[in-house]
Design a protein around this ligand. Structure first.
Ligand SMILES: O=C(O)CCC(=O)C(=O)O
Ligand SMILES: [Fe+2]
Length: 198
């Protein structure tokens, strides 16, 4: 076995509580980096966001050149926190039509923060949701633990007022319950965030 020994519901519960604290800190830091009210992102995420949490398990694959572990996508969350496998690489990020490998973390148990599509909308396109995929390999299984922070579904997600001006006009329409259409779009290889562009 390569990665984790989460043995109980309590461990996962404790982990996700800490992840939520980290996410809140990050959202406040994102606001201050853009010179807007500290609660600009947290207000849109709401007091009771959903932290969708999933273990991804990628078994060894005899034809890794033909089979992806997870196809190209960006996350429908506001923010995603990934705990990568400690030994086996597999995540790749796309930039300008080129794929870049994400190495096994140099520091054990470090977390990878991924901007999701809803933070792209809130930041009026300043923070870009990252396009990524997971590849397979023929030798070793791989596990990742992913937490998607998803805003309360009844809150309207929209570009923060202070990030709209003549130089940077509003780029996105408002949306509620983002995840409702996320997976339908995903199956068709589309990103809901692109459908929200004005
Ligand atoms: O397994 C990974 O490294 C990536 C997982 C991922 O992108 C996802 O679950 O959305
Ligand atoms: Fe992802």
């Amino acid at each position: 076995m390569s990665a984790y020994s989460y043995s109980s519901r309590e461990d996962l519960d404790e982990y996700t509580v800490k992840i939520m604290e980290i996410i809140e800190t990050v959202l406040i830091a994102m606001a201050s980096s853009l010179d807007v009210e500290p609660n600009s992102f947290t207000d849109q995420v709401g007091k009771r966001p959903t932290l969708l949490t999933r273990f991804n398990f990628y078994p060894p694959c005899s034809t890794p050149h033909l089979v992806l572990g997870l196809k190209e996508h960006s996350d429908g969350s506001a923010i995603t926190i990934l705990l990568l496998d400690k030994q086996v690489e597999g995540l790749q990020l796309r930039k300008d039509d080129q794929w870049y490998r994400v190495p096994v973390p140099a520091i054990a148990d470090s977390l990878l923060l991924v901007i999701g599509e809803q933070a792209e909308v809130m930041s009026n396109g300043i923070f870009k949701s990252s396009i990524h995929r997971a590849v397979t390999n023929s030798e070793r299984q791989r596990i990742s633990l992913v937490c998607f922070c998803c805003p309360e579904k009844d809150i309207e997600i929209k570009p923060i007022e202070g990030l709209i001006d003549e130089k940077r006009p509003r780029l996105f329409k408002s949306v509620k319950n983002y995840l409702e259409t996320y997976f339908q779009n995903y199956q068709k290889g589309r990103r809901p965030v692109d459908g929200l562009r004005i």
